[in-house]
Design a protein around this ligand. Structure first.
Ligand SMILES: Nc1ncnc2c1ncn2[C@@H]1O[C@H](COP(=O)(O)OP(=O)(O)OP(=O)(O)O)[C@@H](O)[C@H]1O
Length: 224
């Protein structure tokens, strides 16, 4: 479970999150809000990339201030632009990197690589140069690189923004099929129909927190 207790976040003189308290227990949670409302900062706090100025964030009882390393293994992060996440030139090398860091055996790395590439229909691309993949394939590789590390939670910060309709659908299906808890930051309201919970941020505060059929129309009304 992710627990956020009275969290505020400021960068220099700018306050970005204001007294946010949430308990995140659902499997599919979306975070939406206007540009600059604090969504990405919130997402980065959930795996300890950013520490709150005030308050505490706990993942399964571990505080992000004191257990950053454990938490980054528990909480995977998928960025908007997969080019920022794919670091090795060849698909299988990129997948192996994180697993090697975690000390997985050669056999386990080979097995997990095979499994994940099969899942996303990319087995033929195992030895393919990563930079030559399509945008959709790159995003699936970035998601794969996170999944092979066996996280319990996956945070995704606008993972479909750069994708065409077909790849958006592919990534959306991939998200819905994940067994892990997913926290998705998105401007793409079409992705959220089957989510369990939608949290709306406005100027660093939670202003709606409900099922999609209630929270999304309330957000649209706010924005128009
Ligand atoms: N590292 C930083 N240093 C200073 N200010 C920052 C930093 N990161 C974000 N901000 C500021 O914090 C505010 C919230 O940004 P954030 O990226 O969290 O919002 P967002 O809701 O994700 O926006 P968007 O929808 O545009 O991605 C913005 O005003 C931004 O300029």
């Amino acid at each position: 479970m992710i627990n956020i207790h009275n969290v505020s976040l400021s960068y220099a003189d700018r306050t970005v999150l204001r007294d946010v308290s949430l308990s995140l227990t659902e499997r599919r949670i979306a975070v939406i809000g206007a540009n600059g409302s604090g969504k990405s900062s919130f997402a980065r706090m959930l795996n300890g990339l950013v520490l709150p100025t005030e308050g505490e964030v706990e993942i399964d009882g571990l505080n992000t201030r004191t257990h950053g390393k454990d938490i980054r293994q528990k909480v995977g992060f998928v960025f908007q632009n997969p080019d920022n996440q794919i670091v090795f030139p060849v698909v299988e090398e990129d997948l192996a990197f994180g697993m090697k860091n975690l000390g997985f055996s050669k056999e386990k790395i080979a097995q997990k690589t095979d499994e994940i590439l099969t899942r996303y229909d990319m087995r033929d691309l195992r030895e393919h140069p990563a930079h030559l993949l399509s945008g959709g394939q790159k995003q699936l590789l970035a998601i794969s690189g996170v999944l092979v590390m066996e996280p319990s939670y996956i945070i995704m910060d606008e993972p479909t923004t750069l994708l065409d309709l077909r790849n958006k659908r592919r990534v959306s299906e991939a998200i819905m099929a994940l067994e892990q808890t997913v926290i998705l930051i998105s401007h793409d309201l079409d992705l959220l129909h089957d989510f369990d919970r939608v949290i709306v941020f406005d100027e660093g505060r939670v202003v709606e927190d409900n099922i999609p059929s209630v929270a999304v129309p309330a957000y649209v009304k706010r924005m128009t």
